[in-house]
Design a protein. Structure first.
Length: 207
């Protein structure tokens, strides 16, 4: 695919340049188009290139699902760079400001690594493990569902009276999705929630 304003300049070449990867072949492409490549070359050479094991990944932030390349230091497995994946048909190498900052999500001394829990009536937060939080959520969901499960419900019968209908649901639990839930996750999540009888089920990609 060629850029319409610059015949012969492929989108991939452009993205490589944008990412600061100005190899000889790319610059040759531009020279052949009669463009002055000196400034581009100088800027590309000045950009720090991180080298390591590159693994394709998906941006964790929203349901757009932009492709990323995660670069890892071969010696210690430490993430040293995260950039847009030029081969992804979704974002073609680009990332929005949030996705472009994914590196800071992973490599950040301020990142929380424990669950923060504030007990009912308490005035302070406690650190808990993820296993503890998962067990507590599961047990509260079961307790709430057992206490508020509707096997049948009276509904209008259209003649001014009511009729008992089998509904198998609960109105006591709601599920609100977040920004990192993609289509696959949402599909399985709604299966789980509907299996529990939850009817208040919503996802919003950018909360
Ligand atoms: S947060 Fe931005 S970069 Fe990440 S998937 Fe969504 S649009 Fe793409």
């Amino acid at each position: 695919m060629s850029d319409s304003s610059s015949p012969g300049l492929t989108r991939r070449t452009f993205l490589k340049l944008s990412a600061g990867v100005a190899g000889g072949a790319v610059l040759a492409d531009l020279k052949a188009l009669g463009l002055d490549t000196r400034e581009i070359r100088a800027r590309a050479l000045a950009a720090p290139l991180k080298q390591g094991k590159e693994t394709p990944s998906i941006c964790p932030y929203c349901a757009v699902g932009c492709g990323q390349i995660v670069t890892v230091e071969a010696a210690n497995g430490q993430i040293i760079d995260i950039q847009g994946n030029a081969d992804s048909p979704i974002n073609q190498g680009t990332l929005c400001p949030k996705g472009a900052a994914t590196f800071q999500l992973d490599v950040n001394p301020l990142r929380w690594t424990t669950v923060k829990y504030r007990a009912p009536g308490s005035d302070h937060w406690e650190d808990q493990t993820l296993d503890w939080a998962m067990d507590r959520i599961a047990s509260l969901v079961k307790q709430t569902r057992d206490a508020h499960f509707n096997e049948n419900q009276d509904m209008p019968d259209g003649k001014g009276g009511t009729v008992s209908k089998r509904v198998m649901n609960t109105y006591a639990i709601a599920s609100l999705g977040g920004a990192t839930m993609d289509n696959e996750w949402n599909y399985i999540h709604q299966k789980l929630m509907h299996g529990l009888g939850v009817v208040y089920l919503e996802n919003q990609a950018r909360i």
